[in-house]
Design a protein around this ligand. Sequence first.
Ligand code: ADP
Ligand code: MG
Length: 327
Amino acid sequence: MNNEFDWIQSVSPKKLHQPSVKVGIGDDAAIYSVHSEFDQVVAVDTMVEGIHFTRKTMPIKSIGYKALAVNLSDLAAMGAIPLYYLVSVAVPKQGWTQEELSKMYEGMDQLACKWQVDLIGGDTVSIRDTLVLTVTVIGKVKRDRHLLRSQAEEGDVLFVTGEVGLSAYALEHLLNDESPRVDQSSFARFLKAHQEPEPQLEAGQLLAKGDGRVSLNDVSDGLAHEAKEIAEASGVNIVIDWDSLLIPQEFNTHPIEKQEDWMLYGGEDFQLVGTVSAHYWNELVLRFKEHHLLLHKIGRVEKGEGTVFMKRHGTRSIIEKSGYHHF
Ligand code: ADP
Ligand code: MG
């Protein structure tokens, strides 16, 4: 990088969305004021080139977009409202131009504008081989309104806020160079799910607003993994009902093992998965309808000690957390 200072200037936001920012980029640290009605919520996630993404499977702008999206998804899973983010980037001495780095920031900025999140700082260092991008997000949630994984109880409904398996399906095709062979118009939504996933912030905030007991997690490592985390944190068993999952039509021509791979273990869909007390379910469905958001029942909670089952055509099997895919 020729002139780090100029480059940081060029990727600094020209205008901030949040009036609470007192000092943004440009000094030694950022300062924002806090409101006493809210708790602060913080999350950080790192994407490493060659491990979490490759330039073969991700356009440069999407790398930035996704790095912020996965962090916003963590805030969504707490029921929080995002406010600010910071970016630490380790840039390899070769292989990345300043223009490409700026493109990556454009991707972040696009999503940040949508959710009114302000870039308030970061760090820039050099590294030997591959790019490492770390994003920290800061948000807020009304005092004691946050949503945890540990609130599931026997009899609860298990839900998800959208389709799962799309990202894994896209990735598999990208890695096998098969994307030119699939129907491009139908592949677009799978590609979007993988490259520029939408964090389910509205859904998370809606769940945090209501009065029902909710437990919540985001689908970063696969439905099986996330359900297991809820089951373990809550000390219950969870049954995923395969027949009630929304299965994309494109999956139908593939063997059931493949469908399971994508939908249960694929991950990176960044939908929200959670549980809610059964008597609150109908009200919640209505609320989601009013907001034009999807809420789909995919199973239920039973007494137990952290086991996740899958039920298909009446037969149950235990499913494990595994099936953890990178890139
Ligand atoms: P310092 O030596 O005080 O850490 P830096 O030169 O690292 O200062 O950073 C100067 C300003 O630019 C700070 O406000 C910092 O938060 C911001 N900044 C540095 N690198 C980045 C980056 N990659 N993205 C966004 N902001 C950055
Ligand atoms: Mg610094």
